[in-house]
Design a protein around this ligand. Structure first.
Ligand SMILES: [Zn+2]
Length: 307
């Protein structure tokens, strides 16, 4: 939505509240106090954020349990921010949001964005990828520099690259048919390891249907797929030292171009992202990619925000 379209759709705050309420309670109004489900509900005239249950005679906040619950801001600002995140192709920084909406503090713009990113967290893609997927890992964070990810034998004098650096590893799976991506920051496990076979396996076990063909590079972490495995995944291995694509579809070019875009954004727009929040940025990029061109993307995002 352009700014003009937005102001037409939401001319005042009540119209924004009504939209959020309609999305949140599309399956009926459930009273959080008595659990009663109403088809129709009373709105409090003095404050449209308040609903009234005539069963238990109490009022409750229409925004309870949503990312808007504790906000004092005009709800149009929230919806407009969601709209900006949704339409911006590159993502938006807290600084840009603060400027665009004339917000007083950088901090509240930052918090608002993080709440919206939280809503973009991928909860749905459980065992949905099938046929052929690509899996790969990359390292994000720190200063941008030339990547040479498979240089496992680093010269001790040179700064380390790729595996074995202090950057944050991210594991990504891309489904060839749909182009959808699921990416997860690889945090240290209980044994202090990152990118262990178990961790890699858990990622594609979560998103892929059984019998999926998985294209990987020669990283030994994926060797677990060469054996019979839970899920009957079949590994197709490409050797980057020979060629990047043999013309037979065995390549990981698609997930690699996703990494390229992700890194450009992280370095370009967000300058740098701390490890703590990396997953949220990754979720945002995946969401944008996975829902690109969808007419109802704005509404879907509001729906996630009120869940
Ligand atoms: Zn009630």
């Amino acid at each position: 939505m352009t700014y003009f379209e937005f102001t037409k759709r939401f001319p005042d705050e009540n119209s924004a509240i009504d939209f959020i309420v309609a999305v949140k309670y599309k399956d009926g109004y459930v009273c959080p106090k008595c659990g009663c489900v109403h088809d129709k509900i009373y709105r409090q005239n003095y404050d449209r954020r308040k609903l009234y249950c005539d069963n238990c005679k109490s009022e409750f906040s229409a925004l309870k349990g949503t990312i808007f619950e504790n906000t004092h801001l005009d709800l149009r600002m929230w919806l407009y921010a969601i709209n900006l995140v949704n339409v911006s192709r590159k993502g938006i920084s807290a600084m840009q949001l603060q400027r665009e909406m004339g917000m007083g503090s950088y901090r509240s713009a930052w918090r608002m964005l993080h709440q919206i990113r939280k809503a973009m967290e991928n909860k749905e893609c459980k065992e949905t990828f099938e046929a052929i997927v690509e899996i790969d890992e990359t390292y994000v964070g720190g200063k941008p520099r030339k990547e040479n990810r498979h240089d496992d034998k680093d010269d001790g004098n040179k700064p380390k690259r790729g595996r074995g650096t202090s950057k944050t590893p991210v594991i990504g799976v891309k489904e060839r048919n749909t182009g959808k991506v699921h990416a997860v920051v690889a945090n240290y496990n209980d044994e202090g390891k990152q990118l262990s076979r178990k961790q890699l396996f858990a990622v594609f076990k979560k998103v892929c249907k059984p019998n999926t063909m998985v294209v990987t590079d020669q990283f030994s972490g994926y060797n677990i797929l060469d054996k019979k495995n839970k899920g009957n995944f079949v590994r197709l291995k490409i050797d980057h030292t020979v060629a990047f694509s043999l013309g037979d579809g065995i390549h990981t070019n698609e997930i690699e171009s996703f990494w390229a875009v992700l890194k450009r954004r992280v370095y370009g727009i967000f300058h740098n992202v701390s490890v703590k929040y990396m997953q949220r940025y990754v979720d945002e990029f995946c969401f944008r990619l996975n829902h690109r061109g969808e007419e109802e993307a704005f509404r879907n995002l509001v729906e996630l925000a009120v869940k």
